[in-house]
Design a protein around this ligand. Sequence first.
Ligand code: R2B
Ligand code: URA
Length: 317
Amino acid sequence: MASILPASNTSMRSDRNKYIGKGFVHVKNPYLDSMDEDILYHLDLGTKTHNLPAMFGDVKFVCVGGSPNRMKAFALFMHKELRLEDSEEDIKDICAGTDRYCMYKIGPVLSISHGMGVPSISIMLHELIKLLYHARCCDVTIIRIGTSGGIGIAPGSVVITDKAVDSFFKPQFEQVILDDTITRSTELDKELAEELLNCSKEIPDFPTLIGHTMCTHDFYEGQGRLDGALCSFSREKGLDYLKRAYNAGIRNIEMECTVFAAMCRLCGLKAAVVCVTLLNRLECDQINSPHDVLAEYQKRPQLLIAKFIKQRLGLHD
Ligand code: R2B
Ligand code: URA
């Protein structure tokens, strides 16, 4: 599927401003359009080596998730659900030239892994957003599907995020730029969250709710766990933090949603976060459900997003 450009067809100095209108994915970087070539290093793609509009111009849905295996599984599942004519063997990792991230394209759907934590997803998003911009994609919906720790809800519940908040329960993302810290809004698309919730109601035995999601920079102490290599607070203090989070409307904790919300919002992507909870953090720290149970939980966000995409495309089960 790769569409490699001949060396002559290379200039990035085309009139890009006309694509900044409503609906087009945009970048906010005055330097980008004056570059002769843009190498998306961690995706192993580039404007001189690949015909990005031909490869990606029809993308309407982007699904991102931490694990490469899960994003491959999602791509194969989408392929089955969309009943596309090409065979399963045609679904190849577009980023096979790098082992940083994986990427699969299934018709209008892109499935990409982002690794764990803010720095990892942030690098991927910079390059993904530039990719969508160079490809002149418009009206793109992007959804992070993932796992999380639930607060006060049954394990296996799916949380659709209405507010992505930081460790201080604030709906913001603090980005250190040079030696300054700037604060970006983490507002997500409300209508999209409602649409996803309505979609979930059509799936039997599919516990789903809308709630705030907290993004932390650490899985252990940062999420109030007592079972890391380091723990510098008491059991009572940890539990008190989680209870205060619950009282502030937070229903799950993960590690990417704030930067994801902030970057997508600034670049014209309608964004949602859909995470299944693997445990109830008011009851335990360790993820101790059997593997088959966890595997079933992990499929839930995929099921919901596949149903949502099919509905948007006017396809029925
Ligand atoms: C959820 O799960 C991962 C940590 O286990 C992290 O990437 C996240 O956000
Ligand atoms: N992912 C997290 O970030 N925290 C959890 O507790 C589970 C998954």
